[in-house]
Design a protein around this ligand. Structure first.
Ligand SMILES: *Cc1c(COP(=O)(O)O)cnc(C)c1O
Length: 412
């Protein structure tokens, strides 16, 4: 099966060799280095096929059955399938699959429930909150009054008692739970209880764990949150995009918050690709995948801890790991650079204690490639060797190339 049809058909190479080289170069980079960025994954060739299809040409403002454009009868079916599959996959009464990204989904959730100036309680950015959780550089921080909660400086675990106290003191209109780096399951029932006590909406920003939820490897926020925001491109392994799940009573407000309030025409090729990904996520193979992602992360976390890194919260329940490499003699930023030179691609992140940056990594992409616990042990040893400066740069890069070469993301 052709993975990137345009390239294989040589259309792009003939017409625009400059861009063709870049696409091929990026494909080669992804195949020959280790993708440990926690938010990344490899979509299937079927998802890529939907993304590269003529559905990309179609204008479709509105929703199936009530569009502002003609000729939507076929893409309407694609969107209905995507919505039905998302509802079935997550047990949701309503799904909006038009959000262009995770951030657009959060923006729409706020638009559905809040007015400018409202108070919102969310995980502070220094503790793993997302930009849309009140960053001054983001619309959220500009238009709403965010009160940040944090994590315990010692354990790295969410400070649930602080959440309760801040909620009682500030009486927020909404409470947001969700993070870009929290490695543990979130106690959604607790957040629901606090939200009910103070009369707040509960928004779960499940951008990271939603794929684990789909595979039954993490608890679902659906029974507890008024609105669940998610991405489709992280562990869920679909196209780059967002999604919103909610109960029937908020369905219309959520849909109108997406279109026409914050977005224009839906991207029908992406929506079709989301439908393909939801179909994949409903299979036993995906359930096995999601559990393997977590098993791999646990082995990787244990390996890093055994090598001397300080793993936040002492481990992980998910695909996500954050760790302080300081005991190995490097800070996060320097470590990220050394690892990048060896072909090990990951991010920096905030740490619960102090101002130093740590490392954030995840196992979603390597697991899609077919790597298991044995490879995770090899990866943790590689990472530690590079961070300590023991592994010679060229040798480490070669070992990474060999390892990645044994698990091509797009075989054939
Ligand atoms: C990734 C992420 C987002 C945003 O997703 P984009 O598609 O990059 O806009 C929002 N919230 C959380 C918690 C995330 O992890």
């Amino acid at each position: 099966m052709s993975v990137i049809p345009v390239l294989e058909a040589d259309v792009l190479r003939r017409q625009d060799p400059e861009l063709a080289e870049i696409l091929l170069g990026e494909r080669e980079r992804q195949a020959s280095t280790l993708q440990l960025i926690a938010a990344e994954n490899f979509t299937s060739p079927a998802v890529l096929a939907a993304l590269g299809s003529p559905l990309a040409n179609k204008y479709a403002e509105g929703y199936p059955g009530s569009r502002y454009h003609g000729g939507c009868e076929i893409v309407d079916v694609a969107e209905r399938i995507a919505v039905d599959r998302a509802k079935a996959l997550f047990g949701a009464e309503h799904a909006n699959v038009q959000a262009h990204s995770g951030s657009s989904a959060v923006l729409a959730a706020y638009a559905a429930l809040l007015r400018p100036g409202d108070t919102v309680l969310a995980l502070g950015l220094p503790y793993g909150g997302h930009l849309t959780h009140g960053s001054p550089a983001n619309f959220s921080g500009r238009w709403f009054d965010f009160v940040p909660y944090g994590v315990d400086g010692e354990t790295g675990l969410l400070d649930y008692e602080q959440v309760r106290t801040l909620a009682r003191n500030h009486r927020p209109k909404a409470i947001v739970c969700g993070s870009i780096s929290y490695p543990r399951h979130i106690d959604y029932a607790f957040f629901r209880e606090v939200a009910d006590e103070v009369g707040a909406y509960l928004i779960a920003d499940a951008a990271h764990p939603i794929g684990l939820v789909a595979g039954g490897a993490a608890p679902s926020p659906l029974p507890y949150a008024d609105i669940v925001c998610a991405t489709t491109h992280k562990v869920l392994r679909g196209p780059r995009g967002g999604m919103i799940l909610c109960g029937a009573e908020l369905a219309e407000r959520v849909d109108r918050a997406v279109f026409p309030f914050t977005q224009g025409g839906a991207q029908m090729h992406t929506i079709a690709a989301k439908a393909v990904a939801f179909g994949e996520a409903a299979t036993p193979a995906f359930t096995a995948y999601a559990h393997q992602v977590v098993a791999n992360a646990r082995v990787l976390a244990a390996g890093l801890a055994a090598e001397g890194l300080v793993v936040t919260t002492g481990g992980t329940d998910t695909h996500l790991i954050t760790a302080d490499p300081a005991p190995l003699g490097v800070d996060g930023r320097t470590g990220r650079g050394l690892l990048a030179a060896a072909g090990i691609v990951l991010d920096c992140c905030a740490l619960p204690h102090g101002d130093a940056r740590g490392l954030r990594l995840g196992t979603a992409a390597l697991t899609t490639q077919g790597m298991g616990e044995r490879e995770m042990a090899q990866v943790s040893a590689l990472i530690a060797g590079v961070l300590r400066g023991e592994a010679e740069a060229v040798a480490a890069r070669e070992e990474v190339r060999d390892l990645a070469g044994g698990f091509p993301p797009y075989p054939g």
